[in-house]
Design a binder for this molecule. Structure first.
Ligand code: AMP
Length: 396
């Protein structure tokens, strides 16, 4: 793997694609800075070498060019605090200001460019736009795992302008190493825990995992599509009616491949999608009209935890229930605790980004698992066996 450890950045300007797409509140305060802190080791190594750093990122999904709400200038004070030094900002990611500020950058200095997605060319993967960005630096570093599954100008296309000077940053390298550990070298028994709202988002991953795992645990909202496909009553639980056949075929495939498929046995039910709703517990397939399943039940927690406890490798993607509400977080919390415990006993646990990462963080267990990925969609695609454009661009 071509990583930044292989060179010295002394006297060079590194153009680093980071993923600073962090959540901001109404007053532009960063509510979760994990994506920024995750990029710090790469930035610090380059500065320590005696290089200069030009950071480029996207923030949100701006539709029509520059928008105050999506300006990366809101990130500057916090980034500056984290680095303990001044961070300069260019109001436009290309053009005269970006060019002049990049050219004037001395070793040890940091410049952040304005949101790349203020230009439609970024997501289109426009070559001319990528070339304009490329002119700002001497070496290209990709440390944005969260967007590595996109063939955008700054994540993939730009790499062709640095045929001999393109590297993975530390975060990218760690993400790929940890994902590979699970994909290619998983110690057995290997258990995948899938949850979240929709089975349709994760079909490809589930199908590809069926050839690799010993146990496949399915919880969360997606489990009700399986319960319904099995002829059960699910009340008003989340369901994808057009995916019933798919659920049936996944159950059959698991059987054919000798995978132990675990679905919920019981469910925490509620009479409304609200934290203060009336709640109860119902067996799977026996949820009454007007009630909905919002978490796995106690019997299920026990059954799932037992399988987790006997595993040597765990891949977890998607919560077991509506963990954002205290009344329906118990299942996700219990599984998180089971994963922590088995990790203490020597198992390797990889937590997929997005909501599973948010859940583990909510329970304060981030540091108790082997690795929490910063990539949601990127990790899913990598795990499905797809070549990520951002990875390919550095490797080729
Ligand atoms: P996903 O983005 O597909 O991983 O789904 C994550 C979301 O699924 C979280 O916001 C959870 O609140 C939600 N979720 C999990 N279980 C359920 C459920 N039983 N009913 C409705 N939503 C759920």
């Amino acid at each position: 793997m071509k990583t930044i450890d292989q060179i010295s950045f002394a006297g060079k300007k590194a153009l680093i694609r980071v993923d600073f797409n962090v959540p901001l509140d109404g007053e532009y305060n960063i509510t979760d800075d994990k994506r920024i802190t995750a990029a710090l080791p790469t930035i610090k190594k380059i500065l320590k070498d005696g290089g200069a750093v030009i950071l480029m990122s996207h923030l949100g999904r701006p539709k029509d060019g520059p928008t105050e709400k999506y300006s990366l200038k809101h990130i500057v004070p916090h980034l500056s605090d984290l680095l303990g030094q001044h961070v300069d900002f260019a109001d436009d990611c290309i053009g005269a200001e970006a060019t002049e500020k990049s050219a004037a950058l001395e070793h040890g200095e940091v410049l952040l460019l304005e949101n790349l997605r203020f230009y439609k060319e970024e997501e289109k993967g426009d070559k001319d736009f990528a070339e304009k960005l490329a002119k700002l630096g001497d070496i290209y570093v990709n440390d944005a795992f969260g967007t590595a599954h996109r063939a955008h100008a700054s994540t993939a296309i730009i790499a062709q302008f640095f045929p001999e000077a393109k590297y993975f940053g530390y975060l990218m390298a760690a993400e790929l190493d940890n994902a590979d550990k699970v994909l290619n070298g998983a110690a057995k028994p290997f258990t995948a825990i899938m949850g979240g709202s929709k089975v349709s988002d994760k079909i490809e991953l589930i199908e590809s995992l069926l050839s690799k795992v010993d146990n496949l645990i399915i919880g969360g909202g997606m489990a009700y599509t399986f319960a319904k496909a099995n002829g059960g009553s699910i009340g008003t639980s989340l369901v994808e009616l057009d995916k019933l056949d798919l659920a049936t075929s996944l159950v059959q495939k698991a059987k054919d491949k000798g995978v132990n498929l675990l679905l919920p046995l019981d469910n925490v039910i509620a009479d409304a999608f609200a934290n203060d709703a009336n709640t109860g517990v119902a067996k799977t397939g026996e949820i009454q009209d007007n009630w909905m399943g919002l978490d796995i039940g106690p019997e299920t927690v026990e059954a799932f935890s037992k399988v987790v406890a006997e595993s040597k490798t765990i891949l977890w993607n998607g919560p077991m229930g509506v963990f954002e509400m205290e009344s329906f977080e118990k299942g996700t919390r219990a599984i998180a605790e089971a994963v922590v415990k088995v990790t203490e006993n020597g198992a390797f646990s990889l937590i997929g980004g997005g909501d599973s990462a948010a859940a583990v963080a909510k329970f304060g267990l981030e540091d108790e698992v082997s690795y929490v990925s910063t990539g949601g969609g990127a990790l899913l695609e990598y795990m499905e066996g797809k070549e990520l454009p951002g990875v390919k661009a550095i490797n080729e």
